[in-house]
Design a protein around this ligand. Structure first.
Ligand code: DAH
Length: 347
């Protein structure tokens, strides 16, 4: 049985404990230890039923007074600490309304993608259709259908990335050029053909200033009645003027590609010096831009066309190369590193 003397000490103990408490949680813990279940106050109240009825009333009132007094100091201390905690919370959460806002970064097209779309637009404006083909390609479309003999060095594993598929270790590959789209398109469409086909191509190249194992090309193919090399020259002159601006000149040098005969590489007058010679063109005044030629009859025939009825021209141009030349980007790899300091300059 708890005595009245025991209880009178409680209030002093409560005040001492509460003075030490520094958080609302600590106050609540003290409160439940002194007043809650199993506390001295609760025990005293339970003991009342054994007390003589005469004394019970008085003792009961005394217990209540002590309990109320303790509750009062608990509430007072809780209010003080709650106010402090609230103030600290507000200070920590403070928002400086005068700070400038943080803008989310908006994405934008990569420079290569911008050039890709621009060159495609230049050709669709004169009636070309956009064609596409698979990046994982068969050796048949990448080489055989394009008149590339089994012994051609481009087929070597040192140049081409082969994909393990089926029994033939050299049957499936990552396309090394967009040219296979020519063969695929002609196989499934009758002439006339006017297509461009932009896309990713792969070669087994080590990374340096002008090589990466993946890059972008755009293939062009025109097949119709009586297409000649003159049509090729006229079309590419239009393309160059649209892309580099008026005044750019072209020259064609003999070259060899298995799928065209004759084949040529086209150079354009340097857009930086206009042809007088500078660092960009290595002093020559010319920049090598693309490969092209008159479609070899074998390629037409393999695709099911009659070379005595139709003829065509084709070209393949590096999209990354066009971007590097026009924007004077010194390293091809900049296009493949996700370095925002570089990419942001071409938004
Ligand atoms: N496919 C060639 C390459 O990757 C580029 C090319 C040259 C494409 C001549 C053509 C062409 O269509 O006629 O180097």
């Amino acid at each position: 049985m708890v005595s009245l003397e025991d209880l009178s000490g409680l209030q002093t103990r409560a005040e001492a404990d509460l003075a030490e408490a520094s958080t609302v949680d600590a106050v609540d813990a003290i409160s439940s230890a002194l007043l809650g279940q199993g506390s001295p106050i609760a025990e005293a109240r339970r003991g009342l039923r054994d007390v003589d009825p005469d004394e019970r009333r008085e003792l009961g009132r005394a217990i209540s007074e002590i309990a109320e007094a303790i509750e009062a100091v608990v509430d007072e201390r809780r209010d003080v600490l709650a106010a402090i905690e609230r103030a600290e919370h507000l200070a920590a959460d403070r928002v400086d309304m005068t700070l400038p806002g943080r803008r989310p970064q908006r994405g934008s097209s990569h420079l290569v993608r911008q050039v890709w779309e621009e060159v495609v637009d230049i050709f669709t404006a004169i009636g070309y259709t956009v064609a596409s083909g698979p990046e994982v390609e068969t050796a048949y479309y990448n080489f055989d259908a394009l008149n590339t003999p089994p012994t051609h060095p481009a087929r070597l594993e040192s140049d081409t990335l082969y994909v393990e598929y089926g029994d033939d270790p050299e049957g499936v590959l990552l396309r090394t050029q967009t040219s296979p789209v020519q063969a695929r398109w002609m196989e499934s469409h009758d002439p006339p053909v006017y297509i461009v086909s932009p896309g990713r191509v792969y070669r087994r190249d080590a990374v340096d200033a002008t090589h990466t194992p993946v890059f972008h090309q755009m293939e062009g193919l025109a097949v119709d009645d009586n297409i000649t090399f003159a049509d090729l020259k006229g079309t590419l002159a239009y393309f160059i003027e649209q892309f580099f601006g008026p005044g750019a000149r072209q020259r064609f040098l003999p070259n060899f590609f298995p799928f065209t005969e004759p084949s040529a590489e086209m150079h354009t007058s340097c857009h930086v010096c206009g042809g007088s010679g500078c660092r960009t063109c290595g002093g020559t005044g010319w920049i090598e831009l693309l490969g092209c030629g008159v479609v070899d009859p074998f390629v037409l025939e393999t695709a099911g066309y009659d070379p005595s009825q139709v003829s065509g021209f084709a070209f393949g141009v590096g999209i990354d190369r066009l971007a590097m030349i026009r924007y004077d980007v010194p390293e091809l790899r900049y296009f493949f590193d996700a370095d925002m300091r570089v990419l942001e300059q071409y938004r």
